[in-house]
Design a protein around this ligand. Sequence first.
Ligand code: BG6
Length: 616
Amino acid sequence: MCGIVGYAGRQAAAPIIIDGLRRLEYRGYDSAGVAVHDGRGIEVVRALGKLRALNDAVAKRPLAGSLGIGHTRWATHGRPSEENAHPHVAGSVAVVHNGIIENHAALRRELIADGVKFSSETDTEIIAHLVDRSLKGGAKGLFEAVRASLQLVTGAYAIAVLSADEPGTIVAARHGSPLVLGFGENEMLCGSDISALLAHTRDMVFLEDGDVVELRAPVGDVGPSARIQTVTGIDVERPRKRIDWSPTMAERGGFKHFMLKEIHEQPDAIAATLRGRIDLENGDVHGAEIGLDGDAARAVRRVYIIACGTSYHAALIGRYWIEALARVPTVVELGSEIANRPAVFFEDDLVIAVSQSGETFDTLAGVKAAKAAGARILAVANVLDSAIPRLAHGELYTRAGPEIGVASTKCFTAQLTALLLVSIFLGRQRGALDAEAGRKLLQGLCEVPGHINELLGDQDYVRTIANSLVDATDVLFLGRGYNYPIALEGALKLKEISYAHAEGYAAGEMKHGPIALIDAQLPVVVVAPKDASYDKTLSNVQEVRAREGRVIALATKGDEAMHDLAEHIVWLPEAPEHVLPLLTVVPLQLLAYYVASRKGHDVDQPRNLAKTVTVE
Ligand code: BG6
């Protein structure tokens, strides 16, 4: 997830673009750049690091001109560097891009065979070369060249393009990534979301997938204009909308907190993490990023997962999947505990490090110990080129985009998505899963974004339950099988942001201790979808009710037995058992959010916590 901005007007473009990028920095901040047309040609300035680095670079090399494009980056293809920063230039063309070009490898090969020299590792540079080639091939202007080039591209994109030969034109397009137009006083703007444009106008047009727009800067008495077409050149109209949000609200997409926004971004994060990695027809997962070929996958004797915090809970579910779907014995260890004992690693171990930041000291230390023992390392991380992936043999990135809220939400479900892909890959390569089983599992995973949208639709009820928990000082979370780590995660979310004492427990373990806590005051949240462990969980709920415990149940729609026992119930959609953890966690994220928000806590930056802990 990156941020792009375009400006076509009468004012100096560079400061307006950089200000717009600053409002999009929550989308990515590892490098940035701007290209401005000064009437004679295009000047490009790029810088590694946060936006202020670009600001300093532009201060040293002032950019004249009232037409330009800019970008703030969240690396997906090509590590953070000045060469990989946008805009990317080819011939007379400069391009900024947010999204992922799925067929970038094939297009790169084709362009190299055509004699093209690449100067970056990015998928984006391909678009610049395609447009440049189309212009040299006789396209009638930038608008046509961009449309023709986009017909060769598959994947998700929002782009803005300049040509040195058209000093008054920006061509922008979207497919799968957001792009908004802003109609200002004698100026036109485009951006990844409204927060970049609000300082200039409240009149906006939201482009739809497949739209390509030609923005024309004002010339003399002729005002600015925008012409929208499909990639095949058919004119389309899009309605103008008047926006009444403040810029800060806009950065949070209208949500009160980044955490709530990120909970709503889970369907997109999961879809992005799946994109270009599965072969539904053959029930397979592409293994290139995992860094294991068939022989290496079959040679794995044990899987060893290292993680901390919320990532540790994802790892626990990963173990269930790897053992169930690939039949490989799997160990899960807290990063901070590996340092406290002489952990044993083998050369034929596959060690998976799960970390949103890729920088957590405890997990990194565990990876170093495993690597020193000759084990093979796979990193499942969200930040590209961070410390742990840099040490690993394989890198499977979750594509959740930057996560601003300290309490992890969208990265958790994106990690689950990545770990399920690894489990299916190992299962298929080792013959534990046939094509039909693989297809079913992947089909179930592809339907998860839809199910989550359904769950997000019923928040009012979760809010009511949260109101009943605001004064609770202790809460017990219970679950069996896949649901046990979800109970742990639900408890952690409530602890992290509401500061209530919450404990997650394996439901089957309750009788060996925590049942002593149960009385009419203690709320007990039970994760109880209709799965293989349902009957046993139902009897645990009866044990709680027998001691007057207050039951809040997550249950599959139509489950009358649970309905009769529970004080409150959150209905879950019917879904294949193996994907349930990606669904059951969502109401628990919302529950914690509404309790903490009701208490007036700083939900995005809760006390005593940090997003990334790089010390022991
Ligand atoms: C904590 C964060 O500091 O680290 C948690 O507050 C996170 O949200 C944990 O789960 C582990 O971090 P990471 O980046 O290794 O997943």
